[in-house]
Design a protein around this ligand. Sequence first.
Ligand SMILES: [Fe+2]
Length: 193
Amino acid sequence: MSTKQHRHAAVEAMVTKVKTQLSEGVNVHSLNLAKIELLKLCSQRHLFPRSDFPVPDEKQIEWFYLIYEDKNSEYALYINSALPCQTYRPHNHGGSWAIIGAVEGEEKHSLYRSGDDGSVEFINEIMVKPGTAVSMLGDGIHSISAQGNAPLLHLHFYQKSFPKQGKRIEYNLDTGIAEHFFLKDLDYIVDYR
Ligand SMILES: [Fe+2]
C-alpha cells in the first residue's frame, strides 16, 4: 500500500472508534477519549510526510489539506501545514466540536468562554505540541499562536467540514467587536482525499 492508502486506513480506523465513543453523546469525557485516538494518529509520523504536506512559503504561510470526511461532511480531518508565524484571533467553530493535535511544531491555544454581553473571557491556555492535543465542545472558543521556529504540521479534527460548519464568530479583543462569518471558498484549503 502507498503512504496515502496507509494514512487513509489509519484515519478510517480512528474515525470508527471516535464515532463509537461519541455515540452516547458529545461531552468533555467522550471528547477526551476521542482526543486520545487523534493523538495516537498524530504519533504515526510516517503517515504525514513532508513530501505530501510541504512546509509553506512566505507567500502563503498556511495550508489546510482535507484528508477525510464522511458522507455527511462530518468527522472532517484536515492537516494544517503552516509557518511558525501562524496566528488566529479568538473564534468558535460554528457549533462544531474540534480536536487539534500536533505531529510537528508548537502552537499555543488560549481558551475562552463567551459572556452574555458578547464579550469573551479567558479561561486558560495549552501548548499543543507532539504528544498533546486540545479539544473543544461545540461552544468552544480559542485563539492560536504558533511558537518557536519549527514549522507546524497539526491535525485539525471537526464535527463538520469547514464549508458545512455554521456561522463562526471571531472576536477582536482590542475593539470588543465580534464578527460573524462562514468558512468556505478559501484558497488555502485543499481537498487532498
Ligand atoms: Fe479554531
